[in-house]
Design a binder for this molecule. Structure first.
Ligand code: SAM
Ligand SMILES: O=c1cc(-c2ccc(O)cc2)oc2c(O)c(O)ccc12
Length: 243
């Protein structure tokens, strides 16, 4: 109930994706928040006071991801872009006790904000956090032949400029049948905007729009994957490696 009266101080990433913000709130309040694990809610609420709260993974996208993790019985996963750990905790809660997550972020600082809640959830043992640029970290994983074709699931939510580079590496790390989810693939609806509409957008957001358009074309043309471009959160593209 309280959720409906909390006003966020920034435009929500659903902007442009649904018919209205009210409809997005309806989805969150009817179908997402009531099913959200208590400690995930605690982490989301803790993150809401962070100056960069806007970049956290949207809870409706997280809910779909959790279902995908369960559907493929994911045990060995990669997360690129941790921030305070909403999607990380969600993943850790969705995989079995002996599951493992290679979590990569250039900074540990924000991860440490959420870490006490991850510990309270009793899932820290599933997480191998690496403070690094993601590209060299993925290249290092690829050096071990045991990692090649071994991951069930990956979530990419970091520097948009490198998503296409991450894709090439993840195609090698994922097993056939494995899933990679890319976040922000509708970039606030801007991917479909025409020049006049883009004039309303802050200029710093425009390069990210270009990266997402490039990624969307690359994914649509990649015969190694089956895809679904889902308008949840800020848009996610679900890719299943088929060979
Ligand atoms: C959108 S946030 C991730 C949100 C997170 N998935 C969540 O659920 O809250 C992006 C994160 O990517 C990290 N990042 C940016 N560039 C990176 C890079 N080159 N390699 C790894 N992490 C990076 C940032 O430090 C930031 O924490
Ligand atoms: O506004 C943002 C910005 C990012 C972002 C930009 C550059 C990086 O190196 C990492 C992240 O990511 C966002 C995001 O994931 C989101 O869901 C909403 C907004 C933003």
């Amino acid at each position: 109930m309280a959720e409906s009266i909390i006003k966020l101080p920034y435009p929500k990433p659903s902007k442009g994706l649904l018919q209205s913000e009210d409809l997005y709130q309806y989805i969150l309040e009817t179908s997402v928040y009531p099913r959200e694990a208590e400690l995930l809610k605690e982490l989301r609420e803790l993150t809401a006071s962070h100056p960069k709260a806007l970049i956290a993974t949207a809870p409706d996208a997280g809910q779909l991801m959790s279902m995908l993790l369960n559907l493929v019985n994911a045990k060995k996963t990669i997360e690129i872009g941790v921030f305070t750990g909403y999607s990380l905790l969600l993943t850790a809660l969705s995989i079995p006790q002996d599951g493992k997550i290679v979590a990569i972020d250039i900074s540990r600082d924000d991860y440490e904000i959420g870490l006490p809640i991850i510990r309270k959830a009793g899932v820290e043992h599933k997480i191998d956090f690496t403070e690094s640029e993601a590209l060299p970290a993925l290249d290092q994983l690829l050096e071990d032949p045991l990692n090649v074709g071994s991951f069930d699931f990956a979530f990419v939510d970091a520097d948009k400029v490198n998503y296409c580079n991450y894709h090439e590496r993840l195609m090698k790390l994922l097993k056939v049948g494995g899933i990679v989810v890319y976040d922000n693939t509708l970039w606030g609806g801007t991917v479909a905007m025409v020049v006049d509409e883009l004039a309303e957008e802050p200029s710093w957001r425009l390069p990210y729009r270009e990266y997402m358009i490039k990624l969307n074309k690359l994914l649509a043309a990649d015969p190694r994957i089956q895809i679904s471009h889902a308008p949840v959160g800020d848009g996610i593209t679900i890719c299943r490696r088929i060979y």
